[in-house]
Design a protein around this ligand. Structure first.
Ligand code: MF3
Ligand code: CO
Ligand code: CO
Length: 294
């Protein structure tokens, strides 16, 4: 058996080809941005009542259950389009709309970000190979609200450097979540994430952020993943719902955009990982809303 390298390879990913647009059954409620070049401005609150939080929890649980099932298909040879097809059908069969589909014109139902792709990779004919890492970002729109979740998976046996990046990116997200308390400024979240990432000399991507989520996919509330103080000093309030979704890299935090206008890759093509939960700030901390119900 071939041995697993200890260092991560530098990426050479290229775009694949796309399948035709997937169909959403007529009976499924569509978010207000479908058919528009950009979403209508959100003017509602950042904090929600218990009934709205319950709805976001149900959407979030469905996204998390879809993640578990779709993640089981990850193996060498599967294409990112096959993962998209499965997740799309999983959500629509359960009455939800896959929020990514036609959000600002995004052509597929989930994001699939391989190796050096920071985020927003478009599912296509690319086959995963042994040793890759791949992030699935799945958002479900159910009962008028969105639940937004992402996980980075290992494909077969992965080198130590990549595996540690993935484990520590999950830990960075959890530290960000544990920093959430009512009365604290929003910038404590990024401070917790960045100070942990710095121990390992990882890059922390700045331009893609956590965000308020609920009746809108992105409400306008911004959650940085780096220490942005004294900016973003708005205080966390009970009932606020937002994502924490750090992207850490093995090298530079800077990036290039592919010509598709979506796929963000590290400028040095070194690997990058991400995890995302939707959370609600409670009276004394945070509750994760994107966990499976069973
Ligand atoms: N789910 C992503 C986020 O975490 C947004 C994806 S937008 C898309 O905010 F258009 F790329 F799908
Ligand atoms: Co998000
Ligand atoms: Co997401």
């Amino acid at each position: 058996m071939a041995s697993v390298p200890s260092h991560a390879p530098v990426g050479t990913l290229v775009p694949g080809s796309l399948t035709p647009e997937r169909i959403v059954p007529e009976h499924i409620d569509k978010p207000n941005y479908v058919g528009l070049p950009e979403p209508p401005q959100y003017t509602g609150p950042d904090a929600f009542d218990a009934d709205t939080v319950s709805k976001i929890r149900r959407a979030g649980q469905l996204a998390a259950e879809c993640m578990v099932s779709t993640g089981k298909l990850i193996r060498p040879g599967v294409t990112t389009d096959e993962l998209d097809a499965f997740a799309h059908n999983y959500l629509v069969e359960r009455g939800a709309y896959p929020s990514c589909l036609l959000y600002r014109g995004f052509p597929k139902s989930i994001c699939t970000s391989v190796n050096e792709v920071i985020c927003h990779g478009i599912p296509d004919s690319t086959q995963l190979v042994e040793g890759d890492i791949v992030n699935l970002d799945i958002t479900a729109f159910l009962d008028g609200v969105h639940g937004d979740h992402n996980v980075t998976f290992l494909v077969g046996e992965v080198d130590d450097e990549s595996r540690l990046l993935v484990e520590r990116t999950h830990e960075a997200m959890m530290r960000g979540i544990k920093a959430v308390k009512p009365g604290r400024p929003i910038n404590v979240i990024g401070r917790a994430i960045e100070s942990y990432a710095r121990r390992f000399n990882y890059g922390v991507v700045r331009e893609f952020i956590g965000h308020g989520v609920g009746p809108a996919f992105h409400t306008g509330l911004v959650i940085p993943h780096y220490d942005a103080a004294p900016d973003y000093s708005q205080l966390i309030e009970p009932g606020m719902v937002f994502t924490i979704e750090p992207m850490l890299t093995l090298g530079t935090r800077h990036w290039d955009m592919w010509e598709d206008g979506w796929t963000a890759v590290t400028r040095d093509r070194k690997r990058t990982a991400q995890f995302e939960h939707t959370i609600v700030a409670t009276e004394d901390g945070a509750e994760i809303l994107t966990a499976p119900s069973a």
